[in-house]
Design a protein around this ligand. Structure first.
Ligand code: AMP
Ligand code: GLY
Length: 428
């Protein structure tokens, strides 16, 4: 009998995971909790929120789920993996203690310091007066400075400040107004790093790891990296700035040391380690670690992995990754996010989405914020859809994805028109 798999989450990242798992010959049925209309074409969506651990556990037990795959960070931090493991159920992801690599910036910065893992220099403060005087030492010299709330802040807890005004405003918002609640009880203040950002993904079983393909996200909402940060407006794989030699160096100086450090501290990390790196003139440095796949990076990483992904996830859960080979397809993959008017600020929902039926068969559509009502597909979030295409070259993939997305329409739809262009400037 085939296996049943449960994917937790409702965004484009989880749609891409479901899409990849749906190709596994070993899987009989996929469930998604809560899922979305895109996932509903491949999986049975069940109406349980991604952070309702009790209900998810009950469902996994009663349905005889073979493996649960966790997409978002919130349930990880809340201990979903610990709870499933205690119940004897297989689940892919780190324990709450290990997920602190994403959940506490103070924990992670201190770990990196202790184990000499390259990252921006930093200080930690609980007291706003001391935090202000630290910020002053940067801004008085005309230097940019980065202020980070310690805990999870839905991607909004980091401010790269150009001057004292901006820095002070960030401190006020995080520490005085407590915009992110407890997450802002402590702040990290760190030097600003310059370079290109790369997202590196490895799968770890707690001791051994295998690398997947790396990607580049486009965080700012407008072309040429202008405007406020978003969850990510598009991505492509194998950014030319990140050479195979550099990856080897990163495995040796960042990935392997952090996994060893976590095991040595008593929190072996199982799951996906997502290292957000800045490729600086002095070499790669860690901006952050995440304890989960990236969104929208997963929408380009999954199409590049050859073969069945289930055995890889199982090997990570069963601590059998030593010697595991992941094959990566030739060519490239790019995705462009279609967003609602106003995103990343306020936006309206419920706009009719048309044109999906006219896309080429090879074009992959990953739903992020959509809803189905009376048979119609409507917008239901800031990031609505990601269109992904594979190509033999970046030029070809870029041309193709931009031709395809012209076929789609919803009121106020906007997207960046320069996804992947940076890679062409570098001549690859
Ligand atoms: P984080 O959540 O720590 O990755 O921060 C979110 C984003 O802020 C990163 O993807 C970078 O674009 C930016 N960022 C964070 N730390 C720094 C830094 N030290 N220097 C420059 N940019 C940074
Ligand atoms: N693409 C950024 C993130 O997943 O955190």
């Amino acid at each position: 009998m085939g296996k049943k798999v449960l994917v937790i989450g409702q965004g484009g990242r989880e749609h891409a995971l479901v899409w990849k798992l749906a190709q596994s010959p070993q899987i009989e049925k996929i469930y998604a909790a809560p899922g979305n209309p895109g996932m509903a074409e491949l999986a049975q969506c069940i109406d349980i929120a991604a952070d309702d651990i009790d209900k998810l556990l009950g469902f996994a037990r009663s349905e005889g789920i073979h493996l649960t795959v966790v997409g978002p960070e919130v349930p990880l931090m809340a201990g979903i993996v610990d709870r499933f493991q205690e119940a004897g159920l297989k689940i892919f992801g780190p324990t709450a203690a290990a997920a602190r690599l994403e959940g506490s910036k103070v924990f992670t910065k201190e770990l990196m310091k202790k184990y000499a893992i390259p990252t921006a220099s930093f200080d930690v403060f609980q007291d706003i007066h001391r935090a202000r005087s630290c910020v002053r030492t940067y801004t008085d010299q005309g230097k940019m400075v980065v202020i980070k709330a310690d805990g999870l802040a839905a991607g909004k807890g980091v401010v790269v400040a150009r001057d004292w005004e901006e820095a002070n405003q960030a401190l006020d918002s995080i520490m005085l107004k407590q915009s992110f609640g407890e997450a802002g009880a402590r702040v990290v203040i760190e030097e600003c790093l310059y370079g290109e950002e790369v997202s590196v993904f490895v799968i770890s079983d707690g001791h051994d790891f295998v690398s997947l393909i790396s990607a580049q996200d486009h965080k700012q909402v407008f072309d040429h990296d202008q405007g406020p940060n978003t969850g990510g407006m598009g991505a492509y794989v194998n950014p030319p700035v990140y050479t195979p030699q550099l990856h080897q160096k990163v495995e040796k100086s960042i990935v392997s040391p952090v996994l060893k450090a976590m095991a040595a501290e008593g929190y072996p990390f199982q799951g996906v380690l997502y290292a957000g790196l800045m490729i600086t003139a002095e070499g790669p440095k860690v901006l952050e670690f995440n304890a989960r796949f990236g969104d929208p990076e997963t929408q380009v990483v999954m199409p590049m992995i050859e073969g069945d992904i289930l055995p890889l996830l199982e090997a990570a859960v069963d601590k059998r990754l030593a010697g595991y080979q992941v094959n990566i397809a030739a060519g490239t993959c790019i995705c462009v996010v279609l967003a609602s008017a106003g995103y990343p600020g306020n936006y309206k929902k419920g706009k009719l989405i048309t044109g999906l039926d006219n896309l080429n068969r090879e074009t992959m559509v990953f739903h992020s914020g959509t809803a189905r009502k009376d048979g119609q597909l409507l917008t239901n979030g800031g990031r609505v859809l990601a269109l992904a295409v594979r190509g033999s070259s970046m030029e070809e993939a870029i041309d193709q994805v931009y031709q395809e997305l012209k076929k789609i329409h919803f009121e106020g739809m906007h997207y960046r028109s320069d996804i992947g262009r940076k890679s062409l400037r570098q001549g690859v």
